[in-house]
Design a binder for this molecule. Structure first.
Ligand code: SAH
Length: 362
């Protein structure tokens, strides 16, 4: 069942059932669903198509919002980072990343994270809470409203990546529920094909994900090609080592349609996992597991004071990519976005930055 009071986490069908229980007609549930997801309203009072008595009743028993934007930062490259809070005061971060012909919103699945990857700042927060489906969806609503105005048209379409705070597959139920609700054509209408879920390698959930009927794209954060190193930088590997992870990836690959691919993400840590030999090792691993529909996204490490790692040199990034390619593996280097406002991969740690320029409050 959805969170009892935050109606943003209800599917249209569940909302209809709830309204039936309340003795309200079905079309009222439709109005509220459209109000929350299509018009992106965050209060019942703004739903002026509802009778005042119903708005009052909803205000007494339910909520149209469970997140507050605490601060917003804008990067020289146009990226925006939003620091939000749950009602319990836990941080939730989302990042708006504009590119020429599409927008990407990076959202959080948890507040903090339990996985303790050594190169990631979110890990330092520990796990604070699993976000509800409503909280996951509301991040998208608040970001779109901030950029395009409340309910405003989104001219470029919206891609979503579950690459903010948290490990999405440690909050699988709420995540898949949110994805289903966001796909509703009477709501946000962001279909699973526009969404990418990134996991550090929670193997049983990769299998579960593979079996979903309408499912998003999958990215797996690999970042090391042998267990000895991966155990060290991504402790989740001790529970689900590389062989199991790649078997799950192979199983997922089998369910892909023609032309579809999935991704390995590989954070390049200078002098740790970026040597020529390690590139060869990664290519070997991919070939040994007979993975044919994988592309590798190389992510230059985003450094931070509390992290011991350094980025690879640009020359080494090029070499690493070239070695993969010469072994028949497609590889891309991801350009870091929003580094100056701590919005890039692995930098989300709920930082309040008095010295950063905040976007003027509307
Ligand atoms: N827990 C999920 C979702 C987080 S996605 C996962 O691990 O996949 C965040 C991506 O950023 C992951 O691929 C992660 O490996 C990467 N990342 C983490 N810290 C980073 C850093 N400091 N610099 C660059 N990328 C980093």
């Amino acid at each position: 069942m959805p969170d009892r009071t935050h109606l943003t986490g209800y599917s249209r069908m569940e909302l209809i059932a709830l309204f039936e229980e309340m003795g309200e007609p079905r079309y009222r549930a439709d109005q509220v669903f459209r109000g929350l997801h299509e018009r992106r309203l965050t209060s019942f009072d703004a739903m002026t198509d509802l009778p005042k008595t119903l708005r009052e009743r909803l205000n007494e028993t339910a909520a149209a919002s469970a997140l507050k934007i605490e601060s917003r930062y804008t990067s020289v490259d146009g990226t925006r980072r939003f620091l939000m809070r749950t009602l319990d005061g836990n941080p939730v971060e989302a990042v708006f990343i504009p590119t020429e012909n599409r927008d990407t919103i990076c959202f959080s699945s948890q507040s903090g994270c339990a996985l303790d990857c050594d190169f990631c700042l979110t890990a330092k927060l520990g796990l604070l809470e699993n976000l509800t489906a409503g909280e996951i969806i509301e991040q998208i609503i608040l970001v779109l409203n901030d950029v395009y105005g409340v309910g405003g048209e989104t001219p470029h379409g919206t891609n979503l990546v579950a690459m903010g705070e948290g490990e999405p597959f440690m909050n699988f139920k709420n995540l898949t529920r949110a994805i289903e609700i966001m796909a509703d054509e009477k709501g946000l209408f962001i279909v699973p094909g526009r969404i990418t879920v990134s996991t550090a390698g929670v193997v049983p959930k990769i299998h579960e994900f593979a079996a979903l009927e309408r499912r998003p794209n999958l990215a797996i954060s690999l970042s090391a090609a042998n267990d000895e190193l991966r155990d060290r930088i991504m402790p989740v590997n001790k529970r689900w080592p590389i062989n199991e992870l790649l078997s799950a990836a192979k199983n997922f690959e089998k369910t892909l349609k023609r032309g579809e691919r999935f991704t390995f993400e590989y954070v390049l840590l200078g002098g740790v996992n970026d040597s020529d030999e390690q590139a060869q090792e990664l290519a070997g691993l991919i070939s040994r597991h007979n993975l044919r529909k994988v592309k590798v996204n190389l992510i230059p490490h985003n450094p931070a004071e509390q992290l011991e790692y350094q980025p690879s040199t640009p020359e080494q990034v090029k070499r690493f990519k070239a070695i993969l390619e010469s072994n028949g593996v497609s590889a891309y280097v991801r350009t870091p976005r929003g580094r100056d406002i701590y919005a890039a991969c692995g930098q989300l740690a709920a930082k309040q930055e008095p010295n950063l320029v905040q976007i003027a409050k509307r």
